[in-house]
Design a protein around this ligand. Structure first.
Ligand code: NAD
Ligand code: TYD
Length: 360
């Protein structure tokens, strides 16, 4: 058996990664290390929580002694790091939480990995030995937002210079730099990926797509920032989990991969498409949900456009999205319609209080 710590496993993307690894790899013990912040929800994992190879540790990645205790207890062979503060709007109102978790928390994990895996100072200059197994592998999951904002043309490549614009993307960029610095300075075997906007089941309803689904269900307005022409590249979350699995097992050490859906949408067009599908599924007259669209004050420093060129991942590791946007959006809406209890728990905070009682 191999022991793999997945941080942030109770969150949106992390829960899909944990589920995939539990189901695909019975020879891995999966240790879900998560602080259960407002965004973490063990309900996301209820179908796999009784599997013999699943373990949960309610731990804050910024707490050195708690993370140390998890390393001592589980002797991890590898770490897949997803835990983060993840919402741009929150980073604008409370940047310190992002600096603490995304930068300090990542540094804490790196220091413990270095110590437990007994890494020596060794200037790799980006050259790592050929990959044999997953031993001592630190996989850092990051975002395309580190590259900044595109105009109407061009794509982010792995070689695009970092130019983060929001406190969120600046904190993720800093964490990426630390991972690469530990690779270069201490020979930490790492891989890193930068992914575009994800959507799908378990997405916390503060982000655009699930927020609009929730608000349509409650007959509330759908807030579109600015003129709604801001553009994002959307990827179905399970396709991200599949990419993470591939990169974790097959990428050469020290490599970075961009992951994206080849699927750009202007926010206003995306929300209109969502309204159309919701009307159909709810049996409402076409145009009903669209009436809820309300243009509101823009986000400060709003990045105009993100678009990923995922050719490297496709050519080298044979990955491509398996789900079209139309299918993915339909599945996502169906999931929210079938899981309205989940939405109500998450939105009310009742669920978080319940779990605080359980674990404190
Ligand atoms: P999320 O906000 O849904 O989940 C984050 C998880 O991390 C939660 O379970 C939360 O409890 C946990 N967490 C937060 N702070 C913690 C701390 N201090 N200690 C331990 N656990 C903590 O986030 P997500 O959307 O699933 O994103 C996961 C990762 O993927 C992040 O690193 C994010 O930057 C990256 N990413 C996200 C997207 C996206 O579209 N959501 C795209 C690309 C990359
Ligand atoms: P979001 O889901 O917060 O992801 P990110 O900021 O990481 O891209 O936002 C996606 C896009 O939708 C972004 O351009 C901001 C915009 N947006 C709105 O117009 N209204 C909203 O209520 C939210 C949450 C986002």
């Amino acid at each position: 058996m191999k022991n793999i710590i997945i941080t942030g496993g109770a969150g949106f993307i992390g829960s899909h990664v944990v589920r995939r690894f539990i189901n695909q790899y019975p020879n891995y013990n999966i240790i879900n290390l998560d602080a259960l912040t407002y965004a973490g929800n063990l309900e996301n994992l209820k179908d796999i929580q009784d599997k013999p190879n699943y373990f949960f540790e309610k731990v804050d990645i910024t707490d050195e002694s708690q993370v140390r205790a998890v390393f001592e207890k589980h002797s991890p062979d590898a770490v897949i790091h997803l835990a983060a503060e993840s919402h741009v709007d929150r980073s604008i109102t409370d940047p310190n939480a992002f600096i603490k978790t995304n930068v300090m928390g990542t540094a804490n994990l790196l220091n413990l990995a270095k110590e437990f895996w007994d890494l020596k100072q060794e200037h790799t200059h980006g050259n790592f030995p050929d990959r044999k197994d997953i031993n001592n592998l630190f996989y850092h999951v990051s975002t395309d937002e580190v590259y900044g904002s595109l105009t109407d043309e061009g794509f982010f490549l792995e070689t695009t210079a970092y130019d983060p614009q929001s406190p969120y993307s600046a904190s993720k960029a800093a964490s990426d730099h630390f991972v690469r610095a530990y690779g270069n300075t201490y020979g930490l075997p790492f891989v890193l990926s930068n992914c575009s906007n994800n959507y799908g089941p378990n997405h916390f309803p503060e982000k655009l797509i699930p927020l609009c689904i929730l608000n349509i269900l409650n007959g509330k307005s759908l807030p579109i920032y600015g003129d709604g022409k801001y553009t994002r590249d959307w990827l179905y979350v399970i396709d991200h989990a599949i990419a993470i699995d591939k990169i974790f097992h097959e990428a050469q050490l020290g490599e970075t991969y961009n992951i994206g859906g080849f699927n750009e949408w202007k926010n206003i067009d995306l929300v209109k498409e969502l309204c159309k599908q919701m009307d159909e599924k709810l049996g409402k007259e076409e145009g009903t949900s669209e009436k809820l669209i309300t243009f509101v004050k823009d986000r400060p420093g709003h990045d105009l456009r993100y678009a990923i060129d995922a050719t490297k991942l496709n050519k080298e590791l044979g990955w491509k999205p398996t789900v079209t946007f139309e299918e993915g959006l339909s599945k996502t809406i169906d999931w929210y319609l079938d899981n309205q209890d989940w939405l109500n728990h998450v939105a009310s905070g009742e669920y978080q209080n319940y779990y605080k009682e359980q674990y404190n």
